[in-house]
Design a protein around this ligand. Structure first.
Ligand code: CMC
Length: 426
């Protein structure tokens, strides 16, 4: 077994060490390549590039496997709780009962927002997209919690991480209530993470709010399914922002901004809007033809890493059935989704490109049934992904080999030339 590869450029050979992970493909270490050979590697979109070393999440895209700290996502979604998964991602292990009690108290203790933070929301238009509000509000946390911004202090890093996990539901619920023209609801410490969030979103002063355990469990499971996903675009954004030493609130705001894109977290909103546009089963063939004619993409389908079923999509589909059954909803869009999935999975266009449903295909129907408008879908994704972002950010700071992220480029612009005065141009 060789532990190095040899690259030949012209008449020179360069040894590239081969690094082995605990599982998954080996990687070629090209860190010294430029210094030794005066050549960069070229990989736009990072399709063949590992940007960091990590112990948090592992994906085998061909086998449809997703592990957090080694635990399969379906087991976590079935048996764990979102807060337990937060502890796992952040600290590396499932907590003991004592550790969990302490962690839960730390999160609960930080759910409230500074009173003045509420007036910050008033500056936004009521019809602003809640993701626009989230980007601004999370960035503004640094103006209110300046005592945990020293990224070189592990204790302050921990406090910021807890604050983010704890306050994100409060901010997200406020963004929602504000867009609905309803008053803000104060968090309740005796409730579970997900029940507290649903109460902050849906309770109104005019009547008592009655929790529904099936919906609370579904919310918690949806949070678990979105908690982390390795080095995706928003996580890489958080790491790159953090590599400069930027404080965590700024980094998470950057992650939220990236997540909003329709190819990433924004796809859950677009997937439901697509199902609404298709409207009924008889319109599916024409819509699929439009996809094949490259007029648009089938939202909620395809993934950079999964070339098989997204394991999160399977759990999401089950959760979707449970929620609709509990609420007694017979949503015609579910029939459209199921038929569309069947048609796509038997069509060579999708089979050849290994396009399968991703997590967003069934999440929109579920969230809509729970009472969330489409523009809140990506906000819920951001809320859940915050723990993944901050865990990856924390891991980066604990890595002694951390360097500022600084990709290079293949320059194809003009070479050096002399400035031309305006009367000599043209
Ligand atoms: N519908 C139709 N064709 C598709 C789709 C799709 N959803 N996704 C990929 N393709 C085609 C693409 O046109 C290309 O075809 P060809 O080789 O003939 O040019 C081929 O499949 C490979 O696609 P790609 O664009 O090279 O794949 P990628 O890895 O760069 O893109 C993706 C991954 C997720 C951006 C893309 O599949 C997509 O845009 N999907 C729809 C949006 C979506 O559902 N995103 C949510 C992802 S899961 C949640 C998250 O992680 O945020």
């Amino acid at each position: 077994m060789t532990d190095k590869a040899t690259l030949t450029i012209g008449d020179k050979n360069y040894d590239l060490p081969i690094l082995k992970g605990s599982t998954g493909p080996d990687v070629l270490d090209v860190r010294k390549l430029y210094g030794d050979s005066d050549h960069f590697t070229f990989d736009p979109g990072f399709t063949s590039t590992a940007s960091c070393e990590s112990k948090i999440t592992y994906i085998d895209g061909d086998a449809g496997i997703l592990l957090h700290r080694g635990y399969p996502i379906d087991q976590l979604a079935e048996k764990s709780s979102f807060l337990e998964v937060c502890h796992l991602l952040l600290n590396g292990e499932l907590p003991t009962a004592d550790e969990f009690a302490k962690f839960e108290r730390n999160i609960t203790y930080h759910t409230m927002l500074h009173a003045q933070f509420d007036s910050f929301f008033q500056g936004f238009r009521r019809d602003a997209h809640p993701m626009a509000v989230m980007t601004g509000a999370v960035g503004a946390l640094s103006a209110f919690y300046a005592d945990s911004l020293n990224v070189d202090d592990p204790k302050q890093r921990e406090i910021s991480a807890h604050r983010l996990i704890a306050k994100m539901p409060t901010i997200a619920a406020r963004a929602f209530q504000y867009s609905q023209g309803r008053p803000f609801v104060t968090p309740r410490n005796e409730l579970s993470y997900s029940e507290n969030f649903l109460r902050m979103c849906f309770s109104v002063p005019a009547e008592d709010w009655v929790p529904n355990p099936v919906l609370t469990r579904a919310m918690d499971r949806i949070f678990i399914l979105h908690a982390d996903h390795e080095q995706n675009a928003s996580t890489s954004t958080v790491r790159l922002a953090g590599s400069s030493g930027a404080h965590p609130f700024a980094c998470i705001a950057a992650g939220i901004a990236c997540l909003w894109g329709p190819s990433h977290g924004g796809a859950n909103q677009e997937a439901l809007e697509m199902l609404e546009e298709i409207g009924s089963v008889e319109n599916i063939p024409a819509y699929v033809q439009g996809v094949k004619d490259r007029k648009y993409k089938l939202m909620g389908f395809g993934h950079r890493v999964y070339k098989n079923f997204d394991p999160r999509a399977k759990v999401m589909q089950k959760t979707c059935y449970e929620v609709l059954e509990q609420l007694g909803i017979n949503d015609p869009l579910l029939h459209v989704a199921m038929e569309l999935e069947k048609v796509a999975l038997s069509d060579p266009f999708f089979i050849d490109r290994k396009l399968y449903p991703n997590i967003d295909f069934y999440s929109g129907i579920t969230l809509r049934a729970m009472g969330f408008p489409t523009n809140m879908f990506t906000v819920l994704f951001a809320l859940a992904r915050t723990v993944g972002w901050i865990s990856q950010w924390k891991e980066m700071f604990e890595d002694p080999s951390r360097k500022i992220g600084r990709p290079r480029q293949l320059y194809t612009g003009a070479t050096q030339r002399d400035y031309v005065p305006v009367d000599k141009r043209g």
